[in-house]
Design a protein. Structure first.
Length: 557
């Protein structure tokens, strides 16, 4: 147990020379008694733009109550968030992945600048989840993360709706498969209130990851946003962080190689988002854990897909909560010896001990047994080949095809590909190639849900494949290869593809190739010239100059 509960904050609160600091604190309501206690930072990613983080002010108030009850003094501050669902398909989507770095940087700066003794981070939409963990790893002070929870499903007749259904309705409306009234009904009912996207899309995938990493208390993240127990989880998180300080239990003791491998297994077992590859590579780098893109294929290949969750399955995140929660998935994987049972969590318990909290609902159909999985292997595969020497990521959580061969339809911007879908210019068997949308080329590596959902909505999801050096939403499904690396802006082979070239997907062989000779590919690349940067000043230009390959997590360095 730590003897000094103010190991960092005392330098700004204690002694005659710190009277100016205390005067500033007192100006906003802190007392001498408050300043005598440990100072606990509460990093909030609240915004009122979209539902994902909208309710985090309420949860932050409960976290602060818990901190005070445990003998600490909370100090709340805010950082940025970009709503992926709102910015999808437009130029603003380029800001989303970039925001992950800004979130991590800003939390690190505020925590270091104010010498916090410990830290609680509240997250919601996609990039806030990895961003807060990256900050915790950098700071390595006692701390934890709490996810704000999933949105409730919308209801239209007997259907449960998520934002995925709205994006797919765009394609259905554009192709004349639904009328304007049906289209508006989906739009008006899909998102009924606060909370992050309702399927096992990126936000809920990363929520699962945070619990399996051990940096969130097991059972806390999966509580939906509008369920009363969420406030209890927030209060308990506030109490727990003070206990972490007393025990001096730090992220470096939790974010280990074992924890990262457990998190990868959780993504595979739940059919989670391909974005988890980017984010876990980034988190591992911040934590000093050696990890490569090939580790995802290795772990996914030995992990069965057991959670029947959207977008590839039938159920939403609230259904998982009612069935037994993330801890039920953990228990399945612990019982099957598929994860490292002795990995430590912020509760002070191992993940195996925490998983014993699981209370499976009788008759539930969301989480299968290991003896009866949806698939014997997990939802993520890594393909390589002459189009992706550093690799690319494919999600096979649903019933996607394992092979495809067809002519390339090449686009240098997402918008152009989307318009081609809407105009009926994409035909069965085509391979849509979207390039110059990578970390550097975009910059910011936009998600392609607008295009992929439009393809599904237009009835082409089972007959068309797509590849991009950009990335996908967790709501994407179908035969889609993202994170193709090296990216086009770096002169990767995807830059040499021409309309009509034959593209071959072979998931079983883990290959993605263009059917031309090596000599022809090299000749085309010798003729290639880098495009003019899309941004020449500001944060976008800075990011483009600093960002690494997607195969390394698209981290800045």
């Amino acid at each position: 147990m730590a003897e000094n509960l103010k190991p960092r904050s005392s330098v700004v609160t204690d002694g005659p020379d710190r009277a100016p600091s205390r005067a500033m604190f007192k100006a906003v309501g802190f007392s001498d008694e408050d300043l005598s206690r440990p100072i606990i930072g509460v990093a909030n990613t609240w915004i009122e733009i979209g539902p994902c983080n909208f309710h985090l002010r309420r949860l932050a108030a409960k976290v602060k109550e818990g901190v005070r009850a445990a003998g600490g003094t909370p100090m709340e501050f805010n950082t940025v968030s970009i709503s992926d669902g709102i910015s999808m398909g437009v130029e603003g989507m380029k800001c989303s992945l970039i925001s992950r770095e800004v979130i991590a940087d800003s939390i690190e700066l505020v925590a270091r600048g104010n010498h916090f003794d410990a830290l609680v981070c509240l997250s919601g939409c996609d990039k806030t989840n990895p961003g807060v963990v990256m900050a915790l790893a950098r700071l390595d002070i006692p701390g934890l993360a709490l996810y704000g929870g999933s949105i409730a499903p919308g209801h239209l007749g007997d259907r449960d709706l998520t934002i995925q259904d709205v994006f797919e309705a765009v394609g259905a409306y554009g192709s004349g498969r639904i009328n304007a009234e049906q289209f508006k009904a989906v739009e008006n009912t899909a998102c009924p209130g606060a909370g992050a996207c309702g399927g096992q899309f990126t936000a809920n995938t990363m929520s699962t990851v945070l619990e399996f990493l051990g940096i969130s208390p097991m059972g806390s993240n999966g509580i939906p946003a509008t369920v009363a127990e969420k406030e209890d989880a927030a209060f308990n998180a506030g109490k727990l962080v003070v206990d972490l300080l007393r025990r001096d239990l730090r992220p470096s003791q939790i974010l280990t190689r074992k924890a990262v491998e457990n998190a990868i297994a959780a993504v595979a077992a739940t059919g989670g988002s391909t974005n988890a590859v980017l984010h876990l590579l980034a988190i591992a780098r911040e934590a000093g854990v050696e990890l490569t893109i090939d580790d995802f294929d290795r772990i996914s290949s030995r992990t069965p897909l057991i959670a029947d969750l959207k977008p590839g399955g039938r159920f939403v995140a609230n259904d998982l909560y009612k069935a037994g929660g993330i801890q039920l998935i953990a228990k399945r994987l612990v019982d099957g010896d598929l994860i490292h049972a002795d990995a430590m969590t912020v509760t002070g318990k191992t993940i195996a001990e925490a998983a014993q909290m699981a209370n499976e609902t009788s008759g539930q159909e969301v989480v299968r047994s290991l003896a009866n999985p949806l698939k014997p292997t997990g939802g993520l595969v890594i393909l390589k080949g002459n189009l992706a020497p550093e690799g690319c990521v494919v999600k096979v959580a649903g019933y996607e095809r394992m092979a495809h061969k067809g002519p390339a339809r090449v686009f240098d911007r997402e918008e152009d590909a989307f318009q081609a879908v809407q105009r009926g210019q994409i035909k069965p068997n085509d391979v849509v190639v979207i390039r110059y949308e990578g970390p550097k080329g975009g910059p910011g590596m936009r998600e392609m849900l607008g295009v992929t959902a439009a393809l599904v909505g237009a009835g082409l999801g089972d007959s068309v494949a797509l590849l991009t050096d950009g990335r996908f939403s967790g709501a994407t499904h179908g035969l889609m290869a993202g994170h193709v690396a090296p990216e086009a802006a770096h002169g990767g082979p995807i830059a040499a593809v021409r309309d009509g070239d034959t593209i071959i997907f072979d998931v079983h062989a883990r290959r993605l190739d263009v059917e031309i000779s090596e000599e022809e590919l090299k000749a085309r690349l010798r003729q290639w010239t880098p495009p003019t940067p899309r941004y020449t000043a500001g944060v976008m230009a800075k990011y483009a100059k600093l960002v690494s390959s997607a195969s390394e997590g698209a981290v800045t360095r």
